[in-house]
Design a binder for this molecule. Structure first.
Ligand SMILES: Cc1cc2nc3c(=O)[nH]c(=O)nc-3n(C[C@H](O)[C@H](O)[C@H](O)COP(=O)(O)O)c2cc1C
Ligand SMILES: [Mn+2]
Length: 471
């Protein structure tokens, strides 16, 4: 059954023993980040809790982090399923998206303040990389924008810097869907309406962080994930719709051509991304619940919550695209977490002819345009999630000179520190040019049989195992 909002989901997480609340007052300028990171490093996938902070600095709002991607088992709860069924839930949702419905009002309208009353400082002012980020960031926003030509909506998660009571910085990579909307409004010299939504049913957030073809409404995919339409309400001051039961909604406009320094920010690559000239959101209204919960993601050094959610979600999104949309014989897809769920992509397939490996790579690179810097394609007997097997395939099914294919002049991840030295700012074109490599680690000819002791002999000794003196 679908969660109606973040708070209902948090109750399920708590009932499952996966949410640890801290009552002790904490300092958002360093302590929230330090506790979250230490918990992430200290506990493994099985026992890592999501964390709630009841008293965060001067803010009245409790804060939660790790509630979607603290671990794969938490992620599975967010989808109301088991870990091994995560891909199936994604597949069903993408085959059967459910369009959102418009409703008159919702819990996100319990308190409304517009104009000069708006104050982003009522949010917890969390600094995620103390001493290096320039100030507080909103790390789990759903940024809603519209294509001015088609009127179609996009929802994406892009980092948001709190710069002042009514001023936010927004970093959107040049190949992202909202970046296209910004360019369209800039060329028409129009201001662009934006809504920054914080705290929703987790399926909406999972759709927001995942790449679908341009024009896909992420709220419809979320409808497919939750099995029910997402209820939306009209914003107060901009022509956009937002989830009716969101915790907090910040409405505003981006003025055409206006750019300002944003960043630096501790990114999912494990490094600080440099600052650069980015658009500014001027807030026009804040609507919220009376007692909202403020939702955040832990990013930075992998593994992180960010790499966990992006690995599981992106792999599912790309699998559907390659297999169902393009009809390619792909068996499995995996973005590794050590590659920040971005740089290292492994795909297994039952190849029908040699050139098909490139079709798979091109298919992947055209949807996930900035991901898969290293793309390894293996045969379908290799488990893409098992690095030992992948390395074995690379070792004995590939010849580097024959089987690598490099493309230059493609979009890299905007925050990949290998594109340019740190003094090159984020918006500099040098950060927008990179390259990709395909390694075809499939067999190119018939192989001799694998060198293994035959299965029947292994079974025979298993039966006698204790007789050999083993426990
Ligand atoms: C925690 C987190 C933070 C992210 N921050 C950014 C960001 O600052 N800028 C960006 O362009 N993408 C960021 N992304 C990636 C986008 O959310 C993702 O590529 C998504 O598909 C974008 O939506 P779009 O495909 O509709 O453009 C982030 C993802 C996560 C999980
Ligand atoms: Mn999109």
């Amino acid at each position: 059954m679908a969660y109606s909002d973040l708070q209902e989901y948090l109750r399920s997480l708590e009932a499952a023993g996966k949410l640890h609340w801290i009552n002790e007052p904490v300092d958002p300028s360093w302590e929230v980040a330090a506790i979250t990171r230490h918990a992430f490093d200290r506990y493994g996938w099985i026992d890592r809790p999501a964390i709630g902070f009841r008293r965060v600095g001067a803010s009245q709002m409790p804060l939660v982090v790790g509630v979607i991607g603290g671990s794969p088992s938490i992620y599975a709860l967010a989808l109301s399923t088991d870990v091994d069924k995560i891909p199936a839930v994604w597949e069903r949702a993408q085959r059967n998206p459910i369009e959102p419905v418009n409703v008159q009002t919702g819990l996100c309208k319990e308190m409304i303040c517009c104009g000069s009353e708006v104050d982003a400082h009522v949010l917890p002012q969390v600094v995620w990389t103390p001493g290096q980020d320039p100030g507080p960031y909103i790390t789990a926003p759903l940024v809603v924008t519209k294509d001015p030509e088609t009127g179609r909506r996009n929802v994406g998660t892009y980092r948001v810097q709190i710069k002042g009571s009514q001023r936010l910085g927004l970093y959107v990579g040049s190949a992202q869907h909202a970046a296209r909307h910004i360019r369209q409004h800039d060329s028409r010299k129009q201001e662009m309406p934006v809504a920054v939504v914080i705290g929703t049913d987790p399926t909406l957030v999972l759709a927001s962080i995942t790449k679908f073809p341009y024009g896909t409404d992420e709220f419809s995919v979320a409808g497919g994930l939750r099995g029910e339409p997402v209820p939306l309400v009209d914003c107060e001051t901009v022509d956009l719709q937002v989830p009716a039961n969101a915790e907090i909604v910040l409405e505003g406009v981006i003025r055409s051509g206006v750019r300002e320094l944003e960043g630096p920010f501790g990114e999912f690559s494990g490094y600080m991304s440099p600052g650069g000239q980015s658009p500014v959101i001027e807030l026009t209204c804040m609507t919220r619940r009376r007692t909202p919960v403020y939702h955040c993601f832990l990013s930075q050094m992998p593994p992180s919550e960010s790499s966990c959610i992006r690995s599981l979600s992106r792999s599912a999104g790309l699998f559907h695209h390659l297999r169902q949309v393009l009809g390619l014989p792909v068996k499995d897809v995996h973005f590794t977490e050590s590659g920040g769920a971005s740089s290292m992509l492994v795909i297994s397939m039952r190849k029908e002819y040699p050139e098909q490996v490139k079709e798979v790579a091109f298919g992947a690179w055209s949807l996930m345009n900035k991901e898969g810097k290293f793309t390894v394609v293996v045969d379908d007997d290799i488990d893409v999630r098992n690095p030992f097997q992948v390395e074995w395939a690379m070792s004995f099914r590939a010849q580097p000179a024959r089987d690598t294919f490099v493309v230059d002049g493609v979009v890299p991840s905007g925050v990949d520190p290998s594109t340019a030295p740190p003094d090159v700012p984020q918006h500099d074109p040098r950060r927008q040019a990179g390259s990709k490599m395909l390694l075809d680690a499939t067999r190119k000819h018939p192989y001799t049989p694998a060198a293994r002791v035959p299965g029947e002999y292994i079974e025979a000794v298993q039966k006698k195992w204790r007789q050999y003196g083993f426990k």
